[in-house]
Write a protein that binds this ligand. Structure first.
Ligand SMILES: [Zn+2]
Length: 166
């Protein structure tokens, strides 16, 4: 079973950690700056699709450690309701969006955009509305091993917002 890992969001101005479970991003823990009640951290847990938005959880916390603890508890509740099919639904959605962007970047139409429902994938294969999904998931779904991710990120444990010069 994958462990929760975290990596810094390079695009966020404030300290923001993206939380992953294997290859799926399952939440965020971040610093809040300039908020009137001076709560230093917030967190959110859940992914979509694969879970309904009302199953997601979020909240404020007094420190990174506190946010981590509440996040992990919320994640335990969320994970207990998940099946492998939920993760697969998320991965397929992610794959489809990456594929669609790649098609558009190359100026190619999706079969669903063509009047006759036929097009060509950027890999050269003829695709139709009826077999587009099958082609994408068979040929273009990235299989990321959990171990390669674990090697590239640090554990969620042991870091304090307060100890980071705040
Ligand atoms: Zn293709």
């Amino acid at each position: 079973m994958p462990q929760l890992t975290r990596r810094r969001d390079p695009e966020a101005q404030q300290e923001t950690w993206l939380i992953h479970y294997g290859d799926v991003r399952v939440g965020v823990i971040a610093e809040r700056v300039g908020n009137p009640d001076s709560t230093p951290g917030w967190w959110a847990c859940g992914f979509y699709p694969g879970a309904e938005p009302q199953e997601h959880a979020r909240g404020l916390a007094g420190s990174f450690e506190a946010a981590r603890a509440v996040f992990e508890a919320a994640w335990g509740v969320f994970l207990a309701k998940r099946t492998e099919a939920d993760f697969e639904e998320y991965r397929r959605d992610r794959t489809f969006h990456v594929w669609k962007q790649a098609m558009w970047a190359k100026g190619l139409k999706l079969p669903t955009q063509a009047a006759d429902g036929c097009s060509h994938c950027f890999c050269g294969a003829a695709i139709r509305t009826t077999d587009m999904d099958q082609h994408i998931y068979a040929m273009h779904m990235e299989r990321i091993s959990t171990s390669s991710i674990a090697a590239s990120v640090t554990s969620i444990a042991c870091r304090s917002l307060a100890a980071n010069g705040k």
